[in-house]
Design a binder for this molecule. Structure first.
Ligand code: ZN
Length: 365
């Protein structure tokens, strides 16, 4: 019997030491043993000295020794430790989220949602549930080339299937006047200009860190050109609004990027317009106007975060807190909407719910 009691005390002392990575505490060990084996409660007097003896023995070992001995003589107690750690694992806290958050899920309506969308949307959903607040679904449909009219409905269906706690829905194509307005303000501030250079010429200058002739045009002339863009006096590619950034920026893609452009074809399925914001402009304006507090998105957006920062700085807006997570790939699963669409068209896949695709429809099926 003594051997049993001593053995129990010994293995729980080991577990206690491994758990806290320090010498075991006699009181805690006795408490655990009596809690799990009430039959020893009648022998409480003997336990003290026995516990003292085993605790001293365990205290004399080092960390790795304790762990390997525990793994050998009572592996289930070691497993218990890792299990507890997994159960209590929680996603990291968000900075400044104590009083609630406003977060967003912002898909393009270019096809149904896939696992990449699920990851982004469920992470955001988790934090809105954790801290309370609003969860904005923002349909980013300002690139007519990336809009599939049928996708609007599919996106909503997929969101319902995931059970996201969306509180607000915003369609960017309903907000073109808002972007036009802020574009004009940015031009007035001297933070943007209308560029009428040929794309190739601008690219050459940009790579040489040189300003194009449009950059220093007076504000009044820029406003006039902007109005002419809106009036349909320019054709696709003939004029674009550029944000003045830093021509010396080490990344050429950050130098004076486009904020507004003309798209004549295809015709947008929801709005009658030819001037559309590019995502970095509309995203910055909307994140501010919708009061987005935290943005969780993939690392592939880090450069965009840098571009959007210029807009926040020009207007003196406080940017949201950004978090970027690593890329995801699942071997053998297609996650690119354009490759999926191509495969469906060419007959490689049977449809959006083909089991080779990473769409939520395929998983549901
Ligand atoms: Zn130019």
């Amino acid at each position: 019997m003594d051997a049993d009691l001593e053995h129990l005390l010994f293995i729980y002392a080991l577990q206690n030491a491994v758990k806290h990575n320090s010498a075991p505490k006699s009181g805690a060990v006795i408490g655990t043993v009596l809690g799990k084996h009430p039959e020893f409660r009648s022998r409480v007097r003997e336990i003290g000295p026995l516990a003292g003896k085993v605790v001293a023995k365990v205290a004399a070992m080092d960390g790795p020794e304790r762990k390997s001995l525990l793994a050998e003589i009572a592996p289930e107690l070691l497993d218990e430790l890792t299990e507890t750690r997994e159960h209590s694992r929680e996603l990291p806290a968000l900075l400044g989220a104590e009083n609630g958050v406003v977060m967003r899920f912002a898909p393009n309506p270019s096809g149904p949602l896939h696992l990449g969308h699920a990851r982004a949307s469920i992470l955001n959903d988790y934090y809105v549930r954790r801290y309370g607040g609003r969860y904005v679904l923002r349909i980013e449909d300002t690139d007519p080339r990336r809009v599939d009219p049928e996708a609007y409905e599919m996106v909503l269906e997929d969101i319902e299937w995931m059970g996201l706690g969306i509180t607000d829905i915003v369609y960017q194509s309903d907000r073109l006047d808002v972007y036009y307005d802020w574009c004009r303000k940015l031009i007035e501030l001297g933070g943007a200009y209308v560029c009428v250079c040929e794309a190739e010429r601008f690219r050459d200058l940009k790579l040489k860190k040189k300003a194009c002739p449009c950059r220093d045009r007076p504000v009044e002339e820029n406003l006039e050109l902007w109005q002419r863009m809106l009036d349909g006096e320019f054709y696709e590619g003939d004029a674009t609004v550029r944000v003045k950034t830093d021509l010396d920026h080490p990344d050429p893609a950050m130098r004076d990027y486009s904020a507004m452009r003309i798209v004549n074809t295809p015709i947008h399925p929801r709005v009658d317009a030819t001037v559309f914001p590019l995502m970095n402009f509309s995203v910055a304006v909307d994140d501010h106007l919708l009061g987005i507090t935290h943005v969780i998105r993939g690392k592939d957006h880090i450069a965009n975060t840098g571009r959007q920062r210029y807009i926040f700085d020009y207007f003196g807006w406080k940017p949201p807190v950004y978090y970027h997570y690593g890329r995801m790939g699942i071997s053998g699963v297609v996650l690119s909407t354009s490759s999926m669409r191509e495969g469906i068209r060419s007959g490689v896949y049977t449809g959006w719910d083909d089991v080779h695709l990473g769409t939520l429809r395929a998983i549901a099926r």
